[in-house]
Every structure is written in structure tokens, then in C-alpha cells.
Design a protein around this ligand. Structure first.
Ligand code: C2E
Ligand code: MG
Ligand code: MG
Ligand code: MG
Length: 290
């Protein structure tokens, strides 16, 4: 299609070009540059023991602020990074950053602390590289493997069962914990829970959202908590936003939680401040419960 451009009739304008494909290409270009220039950031969302209120860990969540486009959500750029292979570099970078910051967090925590890292299927298909990157990041920061947790999704586990099992066994044997992210939203087979060395289930926030009003969500959540306990797994509720959700989880004996009610993901400096506050008055959650 040609469009008359105020007299410059030779100027060809193709509206089709200016659509999704171009926007996507532009975003890909920007993301590649942002990764190269280390313009991404990692924020940390605390994970809290429901019964004691202790901060037991944090989830590393990548953040991208593009100078022209502003904040772009991981829900938007992670799938793009996965499709284009950029996730390899992005994932390596997150592992390094997360370990480097964890070293700074540890002096401010008492007891166990685990830093949870989201993995993508792409990283998981290159187990040798993944293991090497994790080992190196731990070594460089003099961290024990026990302070790392990897978040996997159900679909990642179903992809290549035999080699996945080998990889998970190796990671687990080395001391790294394994959590199932968004539990309940993926593949429906539960057989893998006994096949793989899983430590924790993270109940997806879609079940927590209406837990006080929706009988099905309440039933699913309490059943998952009970099942996790019988299997000897730890169980965390994602997306806790208010005190009635917290109350439900307390009553059903869930172990831990993560959500805006306690804190959103914070820049490292603010997360350290939170840890320091907690060291001084270890009743942050009790204040919320009353
Ligand atoms: P996820 O792993 O399930 O992470 C939890 C998401 O829920 C985060 O969104 C977090 O900010 C959000 N969230 C936490 N508490 C609440 C709450 O109380 N209410 C609501 N409505 N939301 C809450 P975020 O940071 O936008 O990340 C979205 C997804 O992007 C993550 O889901 C994860 O799958 C992916 N992602 C983030 N960082 C990374 C990364 O470094 N690597 C990979 N592979 N994926 C990542
Ligand atoms: Mg996660
Ligand atoms: Mg999740
Ligand atoms: Mg989720």
C-alpha cells in the first residue's frame, strides 16, 4: 500500500511493517543491548515463614527499565528471550547477580536463607553449562550450595524425563534445593513428585487469589498443603495479598508465603534494609497478623 505523504508521492508507506513483527524486532534489539550493557536489574521478593514471621529466603526477579520504553515486565520479555535464545545470556547473568547479592545478604540473616532463581526450559536443556555456571557463581562468592534454590515449572520436568532426572539428582546431591513454581497450573501428573528430588511446592497465586470466597480454590489449596506435608515437601503460597488469605494459610498449616501483603520484590539495598529491620524486631509478620 502506498500513502500520499503531503506531496511526496514517491514515499512508500507500508503500514504492515509497522506492526507486531517490527515491534518485536525492536524489543529484541533493545533486550540484546540491555543484556550486553548490563542494564537489567534483579529485585528480591522475601519469602516468609508463616508461623514465625522469619524471612527464610527471597526470589530473584529480573527487572528491565528501558530508557525510552520505561519498565517492561518479565511476563513480556522472558517469553521473547526464550524464543530468541537471549535467555541463555540473561539466565547466566541472573545467576551471577543473584549469587553476588546473596553474599551481601547473608551477614544480615540468622539461620537458613535460600535465594530462589527462576530457570527457563532453555537453560535446563543444557545441564552441563547450567551446573558449571552455578558452581562458578557459588565458588566466586564463597557460598554454600545450600543457599540456592532453583524454581522449575511442571512442564520443564515433563520434557525429557530421564535426563531431567539425572540433572536434578546431581543438583540436589550438590546441595541445591529444588522448587516447583506455579504448582497446579501445569502438567497434571503427580507421579514426578516421587520420581524427582523435589524439596518445595509453590502454590500458584491463581489459587490463592479467591481462597476466602471460592470453595474450589480453598479445597485445592488445602489439599496441596496436606499432600506436600505427607510427601515431606515444604509448601509456599504465592501471591498473598491480604490478612484473610494469610489466616486461611495459617489455619491449614502452610509453611511459608510470598506476596505483596508482606512485600513486593525490592532492589537489593532495600531488601538488606528489610533484613536489618527484622534482625532488630523479629515480629514483622506478627504485626501484620494482628
Ligand atoms: P513467578 O516466578 O511465578 O514469579 C512471581 C510473580 O508474581 C512475580 O512477577 C512477582 O512480582 C509476582 N507477585 C509476587 N507477589 C504477588 C502478589 O501478592 N500479587 C500479585 N498479583 N503478584 C505477585 P514478575 O516479577 O512480573 O515475574 C513474572 C514471571 O517472570 C515470573 O513468575 C517468572 O516466571 C518470570 N521471571 C522473572 N524473573 C525471571 C528470571 O530471572 N528468569 C526466568 N527464567 N524467568 C523469570
Ligand atoms: Mg518463580
Ligand atoms: Mg511462581
Ligand atoms: Mg506464578
Amino acid at each position: 500500500q502506498a500513502k500520499k505523504d503531503q506531496g511526496n508521492s514517491y514515499h512508500i508507506y507500508t503500514p504492515d511493517l509497522n506492526t507486531k513483527a517490527v515491534k518485536r524486532l525492536d524489543l529484541e534489539h533493545r533486550l540484546r543491548r540491555a543484556i550486553q550493557n548490563e542494564e537489567l536489574d534483579v529485585h528480591f521478593q522475601p519469602q516468609v515463614n508463616i508461623h514465625t514471621g522469619d524471612i527464610i529466603g527471597a526470589e530473584a526477579l529480573v527487572r528491565w527499565f528501558d530508557p525510552e520504553r520505561g519498565a517492561i515486565s518479565p511476563g513480556q520479555f522472558i517469553p521473547l528471550a526464550e524464543e530468541t535464545g537471549l535467555i541463555a545470556d540473561l539466565g547466566s547473568w541472573v545467576i551471577k547477580q543473584a549469587c553476588c547479592y546473596t553474599k551481601q545478604f547473608l551477614p544480615h540473616v540468622e539461620g537458613d536463607f535460600k535465594l530462589a532463581i527462576n530457570l527457563s526450559a532453555y537453560q535446563f536443556k543444557r545441564p552441563d553449562q547450567l551446573i558449571q555456571e552455578l558452581d562458578q557463581a557459588l565458588l566466586e562468592n564463597a557460598l554454600p550450595a545450600q543457599c540456592l534454590e532453583l524454581e522449575l515449572t511442571e512442564s520443564m520436568l515433563m520434557d525429557n524425563v530421564q535426563s531431567t532426572k539425572e540433572t536434578l539428582k546431581l543438583l540436589h546431591h550438590n546441595g541445591i534445593s529444588l522448587a516447583i513454581d506455579d504448582f497446579g497450573t501445569g502438567y497434571s501428573s503427580l507421579a514426578y513428585l516421587k520420581e524427582f528430588p523435589i524439596d518445595k511446592l509453590k502454590i500458584d497465586r491463581s489459587f490463592i487469589k479467591d481462597i476466602n470466597h471460592n470453595k474450589d480454590d480453598a479445597a485445592i489449596t488445602s489439599a496441596v498443603i496436606a499432600m506436600a506435608q505427607k510427601l515431606g515437601l515444604s509448601v509456599l503460597a504465592e501471591g498473598v495479598e491480604n490478612s484473610s488469605q494469610l489466616q486461611f494459610l495459617l489455619e491449614h498449616n502452610c509453611d511459608s508465603m510470598q506476596g505483596f501483603y508482606f512485600s513486593k520484590a525490592l532492589p537489593a539495598e532495600e531488601f538488606i534494609e528489610l533484613l536489618t529491620e527484622e534482625q532488630q524486631s523479629p515480629d514483622l509478620l506478627k504485626g501484620l497478623q494482628s
